[in-house]
Unconditional design. Structure first.
Length: 368
């Protein structure tokens, strides 16, 4: 009983981080103009960890094989307004760079099914003890190793650029020292070539107060969680601070048989216990994350952990097939709604174009 009370208390404290902002945002939210079509950009960010759970080498390889074999079968059944199949962005941790996982995922990406970005677990404790200097070295080594496969896009000067998701959500040492330990992590990411962070929402103590937003953050190198607040990306604006944060939907969803009398917390996570439904899809659209000044361009960043078998069954099965079909039927009539399947990089490029009219800010990777 005591443990239950502690858990409830902790959850309430975590919710208090973002619920006040959520309620305020409902009142001042920009609404799409009914005289213009609504463009919907859907990005699925996979925290892809084939070795999670301490599985053996064969099972780890089988988890990658499942995606290589089955994702094309699912994606080829669907098209967006541009005739493009659903895109999947595999945020792949360098500590799982073994066997031939990357080589096989690269082949899948080269066939037009998505892209690979960086997902990094590190800590001030073993087995990944870090200082700012060792963190830089880990990121540098990841860029060098992945470059052998053509992974990561480039900027106009040819420098490798990457999107980032922090392991265990602990960006900028936001978990009280656990799973990070680096207070100037945002500055380091900027220095090493990160163009945007896709970690949130998290629904734990790492969650920023600012929600359902696309915004810039400026690092305070002496304090953790510098991304708690920031400056919204806006039409006609200019870059600010150190890094762009692109968030997924977060809020209370009341509808559904399981939630007639109490809400569920919607965080854009697709998993075995929370498959995509029509009600969830409608909620993502209604949340309307956008660049300030252009509410007719909606950005839906979803996340998942696609390697474990129970979640892969959902992500490669009938539930996702139905999700894509529903999106293409209800939200792609080319008049009221126009649907776009994008990678993390393509989502960022679209945001930058809306901000300042700069096309193709990060060029696509040249997979080998």
């Amino acid at each position: 009983m005591l443990d239950t009370i502690k858990t409830i208390s902790r959850r309430m404290q975590e919710m208090l981080i973002w619920v006040p902002t959520y309620l305020i945002d409902i009142l001042k939210k920009e609404r799409p103009l009914l005289t213009k079509p609504v463009h919907i950009y859907l990005c699925i960010c996979d925290h892809f960890e084939p070795g999670t759970g301490g599985v053996d080498a064969k099972r780890e390889r089988d988890r990658v094989t499942r995606w290589i074999k089955n994702y094309p079968k699912l994606a080829d059944k669907h098209k967006d307004a541009d005739g493009k199949v659903p895109q999947h962005t595999w945020f792949f941790p360098p500590h799982y760079h073994r066997q031939d996982h990357l080589e096989r995922l690269v082949k899948l990406c080269s066939q037009g099914y998505g892209e690979i970005e960086m997902h990094l677990h590190h800590d001030r404790m073993e087995p990944w003890p870090d200082t700012p200097e060792t963190l830089k070295e880990k990121i540098k080594k990841c860029i060098e190793d992945y470059s052998h496969y053509g992974i990561f896009g480039t900027d106009k000067d040819g420098k490798k650029r990457f999107a980032f998701i922090h392991g265990d959500w602990a960006l900028d040492n936001s978990m009280g020292g656990k799973h990070c330990g680096i207070n100037n992590e945002i500055q380091i990411l900027k220095e090493m070539g990160c163009y945007a962070d896709f970690t949130f929402p998290s629904c734990n103590e790492a969650q920023p107060r600012k929600i359902n937003s696309i915004y810039y953050v400026k690092d305070d190198p002496d304090r953790p969680k510098s991304y708690n607040t920031g400056v919204d990306v806006k039409v006609g604006g200019t870059p600010w601070g150190d890094l762009m944060i692109i968030q997924g939907p977060l809020g209370f969803r009341w509808r559904g048989k399981r939630h007639l009398f109490y809400p569920s917390i919607e965080s854009g996570n697709i998993c075995a216990t929370n498959p995509p439904t029509k009600e969830r899809i409608d909620f993502w659209i209604k949340t309307g994350i956008h660049v300030k000044g252009e509410p007719n361009y909606i950005f839906i960043k979803l996340h998942c952990h696609g390697a474990p078998e129970e979640d892969a069954k959902i992500l490669l099965g009938d539930e996702m097939d139905k999700m894509f079909s529903y999106l293409e039927t209800k939200y792609n009539d080319k008049k009221r709604y126009i649907l776009h399947y994008v990678t993390a990089r393509e989502m960022y490029n679209t945001i930058k174009f809306l901000e300042s009219g700069i096309k193709c800010s990060i060029k696509p990777p040249r997979y080998r």
